[in-house]
Design a protein around this ligand. Structure first.
Ligand code: 76R
Length: 248
C-alpha cells in the first residue's frame, strides 16, 4: 500500500450557493424588500463580528452566469456552527426570495508533501494561520471541486509517496508564480462531499484565475490526475454594497 500523505486540518468550510427568485423579488412590496434586506444585512453583520473575533470567516460573492446568484463561503471551528449558519439564513426574511442551488462541505487542509522533515508544522505560525484563514476581501472568487484520478493506469493513490512529492513540488512551484495575485484555499472533502477537494481562489484580477488554472493544466498533477467539477466565478459583495446590488 502506498503511504498516505499526512494532512493538517483547520476550519470547516461551507460553500452555500443560492439563487434569487427575481420575479418574487421584483413583485414584492418595498416594505417586504426592506425587511428582507435588513435581515440579510444583520446576518452578514453577525458573520463580520465572528470574523473580527477570529472565530470564523465569511466571503459573500455574487455569481456570474446561471449556476447561482450568490455564494456564502463560511468558515467555522465546527460542523455544528456551519449547520446553525445555514439554518439561520434559511429562517431569515431574505431566504424567502432564494432557492438552494449547490453546496459544498469541506475542511481547510494542508498536506505534508512540501513539509520539512523534523519540523512540527503546527509550530510554524504561518501554517497555523493558513489553517484558520480570514478570507481575503479580493474583488473576485473562483470555486470548483476536484478529484485525483483513480483509473487503473493513472491512479494517484497507488503512486509511491516520493513520486507524488516530486509532482506536488512542481505544482507548488507553478502556484508560487502567482504569489500576490491569487490566494488559494484548498479544503479536503473526502468523506464530506462528492469530490475530494474544494479549490477556492481569490484575486483582484479575475484573468489571473484563467492564467493559473490553464498553466496548471500542463503540469502532470493536473494534466494526468486532475478531474474537475463545475466552476463558479463571482464578484465581491460587501455589506455596504447590498442595497445597490438588490434595490437600485
Ligand atoms: O501548501 C503549499 O503552499 C505547499 C504546496 C502546495 C500543496 C501541497 C500547493 C501550492 N498546493 C498543494 C496541494 Mn495547490 N492548487 C490546486 C489547484 O486547477 C488545477 O489544476 C488544480 C486546482 C490550484 C489552482 C492550486 C493552486 N493543491 C494541493 C492539493 C491537495 C493535493 C493532495 O493532497 O494530493 C490540491 C487538490 C491542489 C489543487 N497550489 C499551491 C495552488 C497555488 C497557487 C499554490 C502556491 C501557494 C503558495 O506558495 O503561496
Amino acid at each position: 500500500m502506498s503511504e498516505a500523505a499526512q494532512t493538517l486540518e483547520g476550519w470547516y468550510v461551507l460553500h452555500d450557493f443560492r439563487e434569487i427568485d427575481w420575479t418574487a423579488w421584483n413583485d414584492a412590496t418595498p416594505e417586504a424588500r426592506n425587511e428582507a434586506l435588513a435581515g440579510l444585512n444583520s446576518f452578514v453583520a453577525k458573520c463580520e463580528e465572528v470574523e473580527a473575533s477570529k472565530e470564523g470567516s465569511l466571503a459573500l460573492y455574487s455569481i456570474v452566469g446561471q449556476k447561482a446568484d450568490f455564494v456564502f463561503m463560511h468558515l467555522r471551528e465546527t460542523l455544528e456552527e456551519l449547520n446553525e449558519l445555514e439554518t439561520a439564513f434559511n429562517k431569515s426574511a431574505f431566504a424567502r426570495f432564494t432557492r438552494k442551488t449547490y453546496s459544498y462541505v469541506s475542511v481547510v487542509e494542508l498536506s505534508n508533501y512540501m513539509g520539512q522533515p523534523g519540523v512540527d508544522p503546527m509550530q510554524v505560525p504561518e501554517i497555523a494561520a493558513r489553517l484558520k484563514p480570514i478570507l481575503p476581501k479580493s474583488n473576485h472568487i473562483c470555486f470548483y471541486p476536484m478529484n485525483k484520478k483513480r483509473d487503473l493506469s493513472d491512479n494517484w493513490y497507488m503512486l509511491p509517496m516520493e513520486d507524488r512529492k516530486t509532482m506536488m513540488r512542481s505544482h507548488g512551484m507553478i502556484g508560487r508564480g502567482y504569489a500576490g495575485k491569487v490566494k488559494q484555499i484548498i479544503s479536503g472533502s473526502v468523506g464530506f462531499d462528492d469530490w475530494e477537494w474544494g479549490v477556492t481562489l481569490f484575486a483582484d484580477d479575475a484573468l489571473q484565475f484563467k492564467k493559473l488554472v490553464y498553466e496548471m493544466r500542463f503540469d502532470e498533477v493536473s494534466a494526468r490526475f486532475g478531474e474537475f467539477g463545475p466552476f463558479y466565478v463571482g464578484n465581491r459583495k460587501s455589506r455596504e454594497s447590498l442595497n445597490d446590488w438588490l434595490l437600485s
